[in-house]
Design a binder for this molecule. Structure first.
Ligand SMILES: Cc1ncc(C[n+]2csc(CCOP(=O)(O)OP(=O)(O)O)c2C)c(N)n1
Ligand SMILES: CC(=O)[C@@H](O)[C@H](O)COP(=O)(O)O
Ligand SMILES: [Mg+2]
Length: 608
């Protein structure tokens, strides 16, 4: 690591000879592999951008020139070359570096990311701001082929094409999302790559024409949007990248440089193995590529996503109206089970959350029963579609909202903190959260029954449930009905979803005897159960893994304030602040929703 250890920042990098850059890239790649192998994190995407990162920081005068990464899971090399090599082993850990570019972390991180397809808008905003404020510098957005599929990216291209800036978009095309890239844009990019194979010198001709002010011989989608298009070029050839960046930054107007890279590049197991697995493989033995599983199969309860995925297949056999939709997360949400069994009835629509929800609404108008499998954090992108296209028209769509609650190492951009609060205010929605795998199956079963006429949101967390024997026979759940899990006195703990596990643990530790109710539904709220509890309890403690403001506890408090004003309600949940990254366990302790704090709250409530 001789070269890498001599570089703290891009100024050091720019002092190197061009002939040193390949060796630097080799060292940078080795460093990323060694740290991710030991500490976990995203791997494949960052290995694919090593040469691109070196060339970008070598040619552009960062941090004065503004470099915006899309999503940010491919920016490990960028972090390491921009003053964070020494701390990189703390990546994604509590109080450590963020796994994504983050403005508060470094002046080189020009824009905070985690969600995709924001880079062109953000970089264009910066370019327009500089134009108005008469600042001369370069603005570069680096966006992946899958992120480019999103509506937002195209909204930005549409604007940039006539906005009168010199924006540069680097399209990092590795033909992969987390799962294989999908759709017509993907096919268009593939066909461009095929052309590149037969015309490796095309880029020099393109540059010559651009400098001579001559039109390119053939047009393409990006040129039609007024971008000067360059490429496709080999994104692992630093010399070529340097040349193209040096040249194109002298050209006026918006430019798109189409760069071909390989996910996992330079690490044999990741380059030749399954790229989806190597997207974020967990810890592994760097020498052999063997992923080190923390537990043996069957030893632990299944992941909620798998219970969802497998249960959906069972139900799809019984109910032919069921179809599955995912916006680019088939593996993450385990819709892959349905995809394998019913390929014609399962749709990966790419990174297109808004489209996914309205597509579902459209299908629902024609008698299908769509199940949208979506992470809580990504449903935020489709909020208007949830209201305008689903709820107002009272169309029936089942939303299986995965990664609800604090997700852990991905941090604030990915926490599923807001879905209860943002969906509770929308009419025509049923909102439920299972406390375990059986409940998840039963809620899914209930949601698809014909007698249920409204859209049904089922939220569950990242990670595993609690039941090794998870496959119960489906049972109908009464809508809006909670369940007393433990009878007690004076203090009632009302939990929603898997927070009941935390409460159960707290109950084993307190000497008091509170009641514990699993409310199961945020909406409709089981007000009959609340009325009943109000008869002989003085304090309610609500526990949720969502935002306290406007969430489940708020729903209980609103009802209690109106109907049982003598009862005190204490709300536990995610406070009104940005919760950083760490393990899920650490973060629930940070916010005061771990068994110890719940127990303290119970004890306090019993103290007169
Ligand atoms: C709005 C949004 N939806 C989904 C995701 C989940 N996600 C993270 S990375 C990724 C794939 C990105 O692929 P691409 O843009 O091609 O970048 P690559 O990993 O190939 O470099 C997806 C779907 C996200 N981060 N943001
Ligand atoms: C970068 C991104 O958005 C995804 O890779 C995300 O980190 C996946 O998270 P899960 O591991 O919870 O699927
Ligand atoms: Mg890609």
């Amino acid at each position: 690591m001789k070269l890498l250890s001599s570089i703290d920042n891009p100024q050091d990098l720019r002092k190197l000879q061009r002939s040193d850059l390949d060796e630097l890239a080799r060292e940078l790649r080795e460093f990323i592999i060694s740290i991710v192998a030991e500490h976990g994190g995203h791997l494949g995407a960052s290995l694919g951008t090593v040469e691109l990162t070196v060339a970008l920081h070598y040619i552009y005068q960062t941090p004065n020139d503004l470099l915006v990464w899309d999503v940010g899971h491919q920016a490990y090399g960028h972090k390491i070359l921009t003053e964070r090599r020494e701390q990189f082993h703390t990546n994604r850990k509590l109080h450590g570096l963020s796994g994504f570019p983050k403005r508060a972390e470094s002046e080189y991180d020009t824009f905070g990311v985690g969600h995709s397809s924001t880079s062109i808008s953000a970089a264009l905003g910066m370019a327009l701001a500089d134009k108005l404020q008469k600042k001369q510098r370069q603005h570069v957005a680096v966006i992946g082929d899958a992120a480019m599929q999103a509506g937002m990216a195209f909204e930005a291209l549409n604007h940039a094409g006539t906005a009168g800036t010199n924006l540069t978009v680097v399209l990092n095309d590795n033909c992969m999302s987390i799962d294989p890239s999908v759709g017509a844009l993907n096919q268009f990019l593939k066909s461009s790559v095929d052309r590149y194979r037969s015309e490796p010198n095309r880029i020099y001709d393109q540059l010559e024409r651009a400098f001579a002010g001559k039109p390119q011989p053939d047009s393409n989608l990006f040129e039609d949007l007024h971008f000067s298009y360059f490429g496709p070029i080999d994104g692992h050839d630093i010399e070529l990248l340097n040349h193209v960046f040096e040249k194109t930054q002298q050209l006026e107007g918006p430019k798109l440089i189409h760069v071909i890279t390989k996910k996992g590049k330079g690490y044999e197991p990741a380059e030749t193995g399954n790229p989806t697995k190597w997207h974020a493989p967990g810890i592994f033995d760097a020498a052999t590529g063997k992923v080190l599983k923390k537990e043996k199969p069957g030893e632990k309860a299944p992941k909620f996503q798998d219970v969802f995925g497998q249960s959906l297949v069972e139900l799809a056999h019984q109910n032919e109206k069921l179809v599955g939709i995912t916006p680019a997360m088939p593996t993450g949400s385990s819709l892959t089970f349905m995809m394998d069994e019913f390929p014609q009835r399962t749709f990966d629509v790419g990174i297109a959350e808004q489209h996914a929800v309205t597509l579902a609404a459209g299908m629902a108008t024609q008698g299908l029963l769509p199940v949208v499998a979506i992470y809580s954090t990504f449903l935020q992108r489709a909020y208007d579609q949830l209201i305008h296209d689903v709820a107002i028209q009272n169309l029936k769509v089942i939303f299986c909202i995965d990664r609800a609650g604090l997700v852990g190492a991905d941090g604030p951009t990915h926490h599923g903190a807001y879905d209860i609060a943002y969906s509770r205010c929308i009419p025509n929605l049923i909102i439920a959260a299972p406390r375990n795998e059986h409940e998840l199956r039963n809620l899914l079963y209930t949601a698809q029954l014909d007698e249920v006429k409204q859209s049904f949101l089922i939220r569950y967390p990242r990670g595993r449930g609690s039941l090794i024997d998870w496959k119960n026979d489906f049972e109908k759940v009464e809508i809006g009905k909670g369940e007393i899990l433990k009878d007690g006195e004076r203090v009632a703990v009302l939990s929603i979803g898997t927070t009941s596990r935390l409460v159960e643990k707290a109950l084993t530790e307190t000497k008091h005897n509170p009641t514990h109710a699993d409310m199961r539904f945020v909406k409709p709220l089981d007000t009959a159960l609340i009325d009943d509890l109000a008869k002989d309890h003085k304090v309610f403690i609500t526990v949720e893994d969502g935002a306290k403001k406007g969430g489940f506890g708020s729903a209980v408090a609103e009802y209690v304030a109106e109907h049982h004003p003598g009862i005190r309600v204490k709300i536990l949940g995610i406070p009104d602040e940005v919760i950083e990254h760490g393990t899920q366990e650490e973060l629930y302790s940070v916010i005061g929703s771990n068994p110890a704090t719940i127990r303290t709250q119970i004890d306090n409530a019993f103290t007169p």
